[in-house]
Design a protein around this ligand. Sequence first.
Ligand SMILES: O=C(O)CCC(=O)C(=O)O
Length: 281
Amino acid sequence: MTYTVPQEAIDSFEQDGYAILPSVIDAETLSMLHMECGYFIGYMDAWMTNKNIEVMGITHKGKRYFISNRYRESPDMHRFLFSELMQEITMKFLGPNAYLFVEQWVVKGAEQGMKFAWHQDSGYVKFIDPPNVHKPYITCWCALDDMSSENGTISVLPHDVVGTRNNVLDHVREEGSNDLIGYDGNEPGIEISVPKGSIVVFSSTSLHRSSANNTQRRRRAYLAQYSCEPLFSSTGKLWSQAVPFTQNGEIIYDHTRDTKDRDLQVSRLREVQRDLESAPS
Ligand SMILES: O=C(O)CCC(=O)C(=O)O
């Protein structure tokens, strides 16, 4: 079935910086995402156990995982990331040219799943590279479980509440969690309760956070971020990745070529892992 983003969702994104697309991921794809998620969490757990570490950046073993840019290690993830569904979403919220910028599992452990502080995704870029200027990109936050305040869903702050349209705030790092915080006011934002298979699309300047998971089950989300052009650091280095997805609205993703780039990607990931391990926590 071909999906069309409703006009109200586009209006909501333009006005508030976010839009909710309920139950848009089909059951088969959702089941594939569940299996892949299990694999990557198991891998990360084993890796941290082997290294004898409990914390790596914003990942805290058993409590909260952020596992990024590993889709090439999966035989199936490319089918979702470069699907017609994502083509339609990127076309409507970003424009006719889209690059995969970041993809990431965000999983909160049962009962002890940590909150994640108010931030803008672009705030993480600015924190690491203050002079960086980039066009806002989009985050497609995919709910792999039914999401509620009990299991750590996200909340978003509409753009006009603190003026985040095209405005990247300064973020500060929180001791202990290593979260970057872009807002510490009292606004509660809009808490988003959605069924599994829903996608929340938000702008990279949209402030969002997520609450703790107090339930007895893991809370799983998958994030796919797309930019309208490759994003470079202020010193000219490619930030994360820019995998060509669409051009003039047509899918141009080339899986064979992407798979050939895999060795390069793996060696880049190792570099990032080394940097993370040597960074002060
Ligand atoms: O899924 C969550 O808890 C939020 C993740 C998030 O905000 C992010 O990775 O930027």
